[in-house]
Design a protein around this ligand. Structure first.
Ligand code: DGL
Length: 276
């Protein structure tokens, strides 16, 4: 049995920056009774161009920091961290941990007719082949095409979601994939849903765009119920969302609040994530 106190604890979420807010937004919409703590490791973004050991270390530091804030569940809202560090995080964390890869793959394969699947992500995620392995292990007969799109994350972190520059970068990375007439394209980076309108405009409507946030929200809901960790409706009012970042607070507050539909965001700056 879990105590009322445990049910009342927040869900921790981390990403290298703004991208994980695409997951946070869906979690908040789907689980309005829950409390959340979001950590954006903005001082060290992007993760996608770093090596495996670095990403594992950063991810562990993010997880340790969130655990010191007392959380009941950790959502790794970063595909790069999920590709390289999920197993280590599951081993090291005292709470359950959910990553991005399994939910996104489940979502992609939820339609039986899907055969030709594209995966786009950071250099790290694509090099790790985490998506390829997971898709292949489904046993379905699939053709998989992967492509790293390293300029997408800096565009999003700059608040550039549409316009000429974005259209050109989208065309630069996705022309080859467009020619393949994919059934589905997995946005294997949590920053990319912010560019989805430009991506859809370029690819056309034949290709289903898959992103992990809805599937993660369902998985979180299920896990909370299984472990009797769902926050009780009508529980005493408590701060429902807190934000931490490792770099400039004002910029994050501005962009995050725009993305979260002008809800005020007041992030707290964290100097050192490492608590070791
Ligand atoms: N949003 C993250 C991901 O899903 C990280 C992107 C980055 O920092 O390169 O991979």
């Amino acid at each position: 049995m879990t105590s009322a106190n445990q049910r009342d604890l927040p869900i921790g979420i981390f990403d290298s920056g703004l991208g994980g807010l695409t997951v946070f937004k869906e979690l908040r919409r789907h689980l309005p009774n829950e409390r959340f703590i979001y950590l954006g490791d903005t001082a060290r973004t992007p993760y996608g161009s770093k090596g495996k050991e670095t990403i594992q270390r950063y991810s562990l530091e993010c997880a340790q920091f969130l655990q010191t804030q007392k959380i009941k569940l950790l959502v790794v809202a970063c595909n790069t961290a999920s590709s390289f560090a999920l197993e280590t995080l599951i081993e090291q964390c005292s709470c359950p941990v959910i990553g991005t890869i399994d939910p996104a793959v489940r979502q992609a394969l939820s339609v039986d007719t899907v055969r030709r699947v594209g995966v786009i992500g950071t250099k790290g995620t694509i090099a790790s082949a985490a998506y390829d392995q997971k898709l292949r292990s489904s046993g379905r007969s699939l053709e998989i095409f992967s492509k790293a799109c390293p300029l997408f994350v800096p565009l999003v972190e700059e608040g550039l979601y549409s316009g000429n520059i974005v259209e050109q970068v989208v065309e630069h990375y996705l022309s080859e994939l467009k020619a393949l007439a994919l059934d589905a394209l997995i946005l294997g980076c949590t920053h990319y849903p912010l560019l989805a309108p430009s991506i859809v405009r370029f690819l056309g409507t034949h290709t289903r765009i898959i992103e992990c946030s809805k599937a993660i929200a369902l998985e979180v809901e299920e896990l909370l119920e299984q472990r009797q960790l769902s926050r009780v409706v009508g529980a005493a009012a408590a701060e429902s969302e807190r934000y931490f970042v490792t770099d400039d607070v004002d910029r994050f507050n501005y962009l995050a609040s725009l993305f979260l539909e002008k809800r005020p965001v007041e992030a707290v700056h964290v100097e050192h994530l490492s608590v070791a």
